[in-house]
Design a protein around this ligand. Sequence first.
Ligand code: NG6
Ligand code: CA
Length: 507
Amino acid sequence: MNRRQFLLSAGLGAGAAASLAAAPSNRPNIVLIYADDVGYGDLSCYGATRVKTPNLDRLAAGGLRFTNVHTSSATCTPSRYSLLSGQYAWRKPGTGILPGDAALILPTNGATLPAMLQRAGYHTAAIGKWHLGLGSGKIDWNGDIRPGPNEVGFDYSFIIPATLDRVPCVFVENHRVVNLDPKDPIRVSYKAPFPGELTGKDHPELLTMHPSHGHDQAIVNHVSRIGYMMGGASALWVDEDIVDVLAGKVTRFIDQNKNHPFFLYFAAHDIHVPRIPNPRFRGATPMGPRGDAIAELDWSVGQVLDCLDRNHLTDNTIVMFSSDNGPVVDDGYKDQAVEKLGDHRPAGIFRGGKYSIFDGGTRVPMIARWPGHIRPDRLSNALISQVDLYASFAALTGQSVPHDAAPDSLNMLPALLGQTEKARQSLAEDADSLGLIEGNWKYIEPSNAPRYNRNTNTELGNSPTPQLYNLTEDPGEKNNLAAKFPARVKQMAAKLDRLKSSGRTRP
Ligand code: NG6
Ligand code: CA
């Protein structure tokens, strides 16, 4: 479907869109803070004791803390794709972890979550990690970079193109690399080093943080990354400063948009590797850079909350916080995360972590605050997938979702506002294998993918035979009941097959 066809099916030709935009702005602002690799057990409001997250705790005290919210996937790109499209990423090939020079994977026809909110009159911004591809094939990093966030519904964008550990290590603001000197053009390759390029592999003496696996290619800011790049010296980011740069953009966007509804997608760079927090957070925890990055993340959340307070926007703003996948301790750099972990349990009581189909990979913290609408200091056990934010925000803004859009997104607004714990009966999630949660039960389909990742020391949850767990009695997924309950296995496998073949969750 092209943009015009999509808008027509949404009942929104140019005229309708304009009249909605002019409607009185009684719609709440929406701030979605989406952290990177933060696990269920990583925040003090979720039980962590070796790191303090006072700002996230303040957010939780003012709202609702969810215990049963799931990312759609155990890694970044597919989770973000699902969140912003309302479609499970496993339905769409090419939505796995993307290299930094991949093409845009989100549709530009108006079908995304931010485009839907634009039609309700919201000003929208994506600030922080992107990792959803840019351009439509070959990217010219020295020219206009499009399509990207601005073509999928964000009025303003200031992004880290892929990940902190992937080139190019530059910010892109509305189609353009920031601070680029045209006399020193950027070159990027994911195939081979450029002539004369010094790599981490050949020059470990140049590094201040060393890889534990992978991450031995281009050197930027004395840290080697994935992929090769040359040039663009004046545009390269300084890892230590990223938090201040992003917080500055976020607070400026809020300040500038205080007079009309806005949607801010703040995709924090913390706590992904390489973890290089600003020096003022060094030693904030006894856990080294991984713990200190959590403290840094918490600070940036505090900047958002303070900015809303300053602008008298707190009462009229829904703030949500969540993460794109579960935690990982060693994700490729020798940063003391393993040695200094102590008794901190990044995934809380759950098994596995990032990359894993066990709940540690997909069950993440989620907090929602909206004073006067969400009662403070509550806990919710509602079963919700992040893919549901699309239909829920549509409901919040009085819009219906066209049949073709967001096929896996269900309206969970009453549960998100804490009015009920009645939410999903089931959801699918994916890593190498697909899993289905239905009520108390979790089924993991058989897969020949590896059971274990030795580099990251992660139990991946894959098994050549079916797995069935009772999440209420056995949240740590230790006791496979598949042999004991073959009928349930059969029923859940059939349900997952129907979900696959029907192409959608919403009727
Ligand atoms: C992996 C990287 C890991 C991280 C991940 C993506 C290696 C050895 N590991 O391939 O460090 O970048 O991709 O993380 O290269 S995510 O949170 O963006 O999904
Ligand atoms: Ca991630």
